[in-house]
Design a protein around this ligand. Structure first.
Ligand SMILES: Nc1nc2c(ncn2[C@@H]2O[C@H](COP(=O)(O)OP(=O)(O)OP(=O)(O)O)[C@@H](O)[C@H]2O)c(=O)[nH]1
Ligand SMILES: [Mg+2]
Length: 317
């Protein structure tokens, strides 16, 4: 067995084999997983975690390949985890693009991995989260998680990702129902892929209509981006929105911090005011000088005197 420290050290330096080993340990739910996560945890929290979900065959894997390339051109490092709760990844469509993906996977700034999470007792979301932490700790700027929008996992992605992209494509029953209601709720960005097909515009209009129905007052406007994953068309626009959402989240965080700071300031100010007005009240009661005398004569200590004064004041109130 490889020592935990060795794996952790490897992960932190971005060593491909250590990253793979750590994820395998997580995938197999080995006891070592807990120690690895505990050790890398302080080094996490920097990556932008993007969840990409949608019906089977909508073009998720094809699109991810183009997204990865675009991020690499911008100098960002990327990790990808394809979660396949049913079959091992090696049988999946990702390998349909075998050659192009292989090309990507020799790039040291890219790590691509599928995960079969059946054995993980903590649930798929937990296993995925832990694998994301490994990639985050390995200093990937962006981590993309691909999940099939079927079953329960689609909504679980909200526990894993900061930005959720829901992808749809015309020709999948040609019905917006192909996107489950649950997915509509969690989307930060919509993608209509296969925009080269003629009925793509209809899909856009259908999603627009659904978004309007769901017209809650929101500070983030959910965009709908058209893409052709096969050619990469629309991918720069998608990346732009992904970055915008990331900035939006940062601003929200800053706002939360500002709120917290304002609260602390207010509490401090109240404390000052309360203390001051009580002091004035006590001084005006005449007992104040009397007690000072007693303290000087060592008849009472200051703390007991303060308590006595406050108690008398409260009794009168
Ligand atoms: N015409 C067209 N075909 C596309 C486009 N994007 C992907 N495809 C094709 O659609 C099929 C499914 O693409 P994938 O990327 O495997 O879809 P997926 O959503 O990852 O599928 P699963 O992982 O099985 O859920 C493949 O044959 C792709 O070549 C597109 O923009 N236009
Ligand atoms: Mg796929």
């Amino acid at each position: 067995m490889i020592k935990t420290e060795e794996i952790v050290k490897g992960v932190l330096t971005g060593d491909r084999r250590s990253i793979a080993k750590a994820i395998t340990i997580i995938e197999n739910n080995e006891p070592q997983a807990k120690d690895i996560i505990a050790s890398i945890y302080p080094h996490t929290g920097k990556a932008h975690v993007i969840g990409l979900t949608g019906p089977g065959g909508s073009g998720k894997s094809t699109l991810i390949e183009k997204i990865v390339r675009e991020y690499r051109q911008k100098g960002k490092t990327v990790g990808v985890i394809a979660v396949d709760p049913t079959s091992p990844f090696t049988g999946g469509a990702f390998l349909g693009d075998r050659i192009r993906m292989q090309e990507l996977s020799t790039d040291p700034g890219v790590f691509i991995r599928s995960m079969a999470t059946r054995n993980y007792s903590g649930g798929i979301a937990k296993a995925t989260n832990d694998a994301v932490k490994v990639l985050d700790a390995s200093a990937k700027d962006v981590v993309i998680v691909e999940t099939v929008g079927a079953g329960q996992y689609e909504v679980e992605i909200i526990k894993v990702a900061q930005t959720i992209v829901v992808i749809h494509a015309p020709g999948l029953g040609d019905d917006i129902q192909a996107i489950k209601a649950g997915l509509m709720e969690i989307a930060d960005i919509f993608v209509v892929n296969k925009a080269d097909r003629e009925n793509a515009e209809k899909a856009v209009i259908d999603i627009q209509a659904m978004l309007q129905l769901n017209n809650k007052e929101k500070s983030w406007q959910i965009p709908i981006i058209k893409t052709v994953a096969l050619t990469g068309e629309g991918v720069p626009q998608l990346i732009e929105k992904l970055e915008e959402h990331r900035e939006f989240l940062e601003k929200e965080k800053l706002l939360q911090k500002a709120l917290l700071k304002a609260e602390v300031e207010l509490v401090d100010a109240i404390k000052d005011k309360v203390a001051q007005s009580i002091l004035e009240e006590l001084k005006s009661k005449g007992k104040f000088e009397e007690l000072i005398e007693k303290i000087l004569k060592r008849e009472i200590d200051a703390a007991s005197a303060a308590e006595k004064l406050l108690r008398e004041m409260l009794k009168k109130a």
